[in-house]
Write a protein of this length. Structure first.
Length: 78
């Protein structure tokens, strides 16, 4: 699912989220079915908060840009 234009869009979305939330993406690898991120953030943010921000915001933005992804994904979730 995360290939071609979708992959490029997701990469840009993740960079935007990092900028908005003041996170620093040290490493990023987007595979066809999952994403690896190595992120630096202020100590006040827990790892679960960082995960939820990236996953929640990016999935919402991807579904808006590519509505057909919801049909392809497992139970409509990324």
């Amino acid at each position: 699912m995360l290939t071609g234009k979708t992959k490029k869009s997701l990469k840009q979305i993740l960079i935007e989220i990092a900028h908005e939330k003041e996170f620093i993406i040290k490493e990023m690898e987007i595979m066809p079915d999952h994403v690896h991120l190595f992120v630096s953030a202020k100590p006040k943010y827990s790892p679960i908060y960082i995960y939820r921000m990236f996953k929640g915001i990016s999935s919402r933005r991807l579904f808006i840009k590519y509505p057909n992804l919801k049909k392809k994904s497992y139970k409509g979730h990324l």
